[in-house]
Design a protein around this ligand. Sequence first.
Ligand code: SPD
Length: 362
Amino acid sequence: MKRVICLLIPMALLAAACGDDDGGTAAEPVACEAGETDGNLDLYNWSEYIDPDLIPAFEAEYGVSVTETFFESNEVMLAQIQAGGAAYDLIVPSDYMVSIMAEEGMLIPLTKAAIPNLANLDPKFTGLPFDPTGDYSAPYQWGTTGIGFAYEALGEDFEPSWAVIFDPDPSYVGQISMLNDAREALGAALKYLGYSVNTTSEAELQEAVDLLKSIKPAIAKFDSDQYEDDLVGGEVMIAHGWSGDFFFAFDDTDGWEDFGYFIPEEGAVAWVDNMAIPRTADAVCTAHTFIDFMLDAENGAALTNYNFYASPNAAAAEFVDPEILGDESIYPPDDVFERLEFIADTGAFELKFQDAFTDVKN
Ligand code: SPD
């Protein structure tokens, strides 16, 4: 059975879990200069994550074209990069996935001299544990994972708890969606149970599996792609998902009065998505130039003003819509931030998370 499951999982996760945990051979840095381009850019990103005006602006400024392809989970992206089909030049992995890919030698070290706008980063977003030297990645956006809801389901006065999902009211049973993402869905269950999202205890993980299985009849679907549209479209009443995706959908449909988002009181996941260059990239210098372009103060602000995720770019703050900057659901205050946990690379235990989630869904 283990062997079958191993075959369904990206090789980098297997490397640790199935015995080869030595990591891959490190990729060599490429000599690029600031503003240099060496071909068109193939960008592999999460969907609805970039202000569409920024792509033509980059193309016009640098005389290259950008092709965007989308992924909906870190593991899908990892598997695609390993399959080696398209040679993506720039990817946007989350924190723990940067660590996994760097460890496996899948990322080209950044030539920092080609990215002068790294200086714009908020120091809080440099030296992060998943890439302590910043050699492999540059932060793109950050946010939280919580619960989007229809006021029709929860009313105005409710307990902001994961119980909304794990002990659901019969009135909205069957109208709940959860992220189709092992670390996030199990992470939510672990938080509700009072455990770390980065547990490496098989017993705790099993409790999370049992909990998710017990509420499966209440779950309409596991989905990471259109849950926010399902919420504002009335297909579900409660959705587990990423902060900015909800706000984007509320804004898009004028739904601010009917829908809301909260970070559960038991604690939740915070994450940072990052720009990184896979070792299979063709246009490595263009990728560096694109990273620099995205770290420009006004371009960084345009991102946040478009996708409602928080910016790691300190210089961008003056150009971010003050309403967004002051919104505590987007920029959580310190007391909320203290309850958040970043997903970390659990090494050999990653495979157990993937197996456990397969078990939940089957
Ligand atoms: N629509 C863009 C969503 C980006 C979400 N990335 C979050 C990953 C957290 N593990």
